[in-house]
Design a protein around this ligand. Structure first.
Ligand code: M6R
Length: 366
C-alpha cells in the first residue's frame, strides 16, 4: 500500500497536490467568491457576531494554528489567540460566550486538545474543529466540523494532514472574511483563484526533489540545525524543525528570525546549518539582514527563496526556489521542501522514518 514508495511518509508527502485538492473540493463557489462550509456549525450571522477567535492544538496541528492566527488577523481583522492544548486546559482560560473556539487535530483523539475543547464548551464558547479522522471523538463533540479529507495518515510525522489543515484554514478565513463583510466579492474570487492553483505549484516543487536530496547529502551529518522564518512563515520554521528532530533525532530549533539576536545567535558557528525561509514579502529585507548576521559567523546557510531571487542566491551555501504566490499562501509551498529535507536526512542517517522512537501517531494520554 505504499504505492511503490519506500516509506509511508514519502508517499504522503507526494500525495499533497491531491489531498489539498480533496480538502477544497465542493467547498467554494466561484460565482459568489465564497467558501461553502455547511457543517461548520455556525450560521453566517453567528460567525459575524464573533468577538475573538481561539485556536488550540498540539504539535504540528498547533503550527497550523499559528499560521491561522496570521491569516485570520490579516483577512478577517479579528484578534486570535493560539494555545497549546496542555497549556490552555490547566489555567482557567478567559474564554467567553461570544468567542469562537477552533481546535485542529489530525486524529481527533489528542487528549489535551479534546480536554481543551470540553473546557471551552463548558464556558459557553462555540467549538469548531478541523479534523481528519471522520467520526473521531473531537469531531463528535464539536458544534461544527471541517474535515480535512486527506485520507488516512500512517507516517507518525504529520505531513499531508498539515497542508490539508492549512487549506481548511484558507477556506475558513475566506468564509469568515466574506460573512463579516471585510472582503469584497471580487477579492473572494481572486483568493479562490490562488487556492485552486496551489496543487499545481506543490507538484512543481515535488518534481524538484532531487535538489533537496543533494542538500540533504551535504548536511546530514550535522548535529544541530536552526530554522528561521518571519511573519506567517515563522510557524513553518517551527514545523521544519519539528519534522527534522522527530524523524532524524538531530537537535533542531525553529525561531522567529527577529529573535535571533536575543539569544540563539550565540549558538551559531560553522557546524550549525541555518535554514532561512525568505519569501519576497514586506519583511524580505529584514530576513536578508538576519542571513548576513548568520553568514558573518560562518554558518552554512540553506535558503528557501522566491523564484527569480538573486541576492540571497549569491550569499547562501544552498538555495531552493519557491514558486511565486500570495504571501499568505506561501506557507504551504515552504513546507514541502522542509518535509523532504527532514525525510531525506533521516533516511541518510538510517533512521526508521515511519516509526520514530518514543513517538505514537495519536497521543491519547496527557
Ligand atoms: O492528531 P493531532 O493532530 O491532534 O496530533 C497532534 C500531534 O501529536 C502531532 O501533530 C505530532 O506533533 C506529530 N508527530 C507531528 O509530526
Amino acid at each position: 500500500e505504499k504505492s511503490g514508495f519506500p516509506h509511508f511518509m514519502l508517499k504522503e508527502i507526494h500525495e499533497q497536490p491531491q489531498t489539498i485538492l480533496d480538502t477544497m473540493r465542493g467547498r467554494y463557489s466561484y460565482e459568489t467568491g465564497e467558501a461553502d462550509l455547511p457543517d461548520i456549525g455556525l450560521t453566517p450571522k453567528e460567525f459575524a457576531a464573533v468577538d475573538r477567535i481561539w485556536i488550540v492544538a498540539c504539535g504540528t496541528s498547533w503550527h497550523a494554528g499559528l499560521v491561522g492566527k496570521y491569516l485570520f488577523e490579516d483577512m478577517v481583522r479579528t484578534p486570535v489567540q493560539v494555545d497549546i492544548g496542555s497549556e490552555f486546559r490547566y489555567r482557567d482560560p478567559l474564554v467567553g460566550k461570544r468567542d469562537l473556539f477552533l481546535t485542529i487535530s489530525q486524529s481527533g483523539e489528542t487528549a489535551d486538545t479534546l480536554a481543551a475543547a470540553r473546557e471551552a464548551k463548558q464556558k459557553g464558547a462555540r467549538v469548531v474543529s478541523i479534523v481528519n479522522v471522520v467520526g473521531s471523538t473531537l469531531a463528535r463533540e464539536s458544534d461544527g466540523v471541517l474535515y480535512t479529507h486527506c485520507g488516512p495518515e500512517i507516517g507518525v510525522a504529520s505531513t499531508k494532514a498539515f497542508t490539508a489543515q492549512l487549506t481548511a484554514l484558507y477556506l475558513m478565513a475566506l468564509h469568515l472574511a466574506r460573512v463579516r463583510n471585510v472582503m469584497k466579492e471580487a477579492d473572494g474570487k481572486a483568493w479562490l483563484d490562488r487556492l485552486v492553483r496551489l496543487p499545481v505549484l506543490v507538484e512543481s516543487v515535488l518534481r524538484r526533489e532531487a535538489e533537496i536530496v543533494a542538500i540533504a547529502k551535504r548536511y546530514y551529518k550535522k548535529r544541530n540545525f536552526l530554522f528561521l522564518g518571519r511573519g506567517i512563515n515563522y510557524p513553518i520554521a517551527l514545523e521544519g524543525s519539528l519534522k527534522l528532530k522527530e524523524i532524524s533525532y538531530i537537535h533542531a530549533e525553529g525561531y522567529a528570525a527577529g529573535e535571533m539576536k536575543h539569544g540563539p545567535i550565540a549558538l551559531i558557528d560553522r557546524d550549525m546549518p541555518v535554514v532561512v525561509l525568505a519569501p519576497r514579502d514586506r519583511l524580505y529585507e529584514k530576513t536578508v539582514s538576519n542571513l548576513m548576521e548568520v553568514k558573518a559567523r560562518h554558518a552554512p546557510v540553506i535558503a528557501l527563496v522566491a523564484e527569480g531571487e538573486r541576492e540571497l542566491g549569491k550569499t547562501a551555501d544552498a538555495v531552493f526556489t519557491i514558486p511565486e504566490t500570495h504571501p499568505l499562501i506561501s506557507p504551504i509551498l515552504f513546507t514541502i521542501p522542509l518535509q523532504l529535507l527532514a525525510y531525506h536526512i533521516a533516511v541518510l542517517r538510517g533512521a526508521d522514518v515511519d516509526q520514530p522512537r518514543n513517538l505514537a501517531k495519536s497521543v491519547t494520554v496527557e
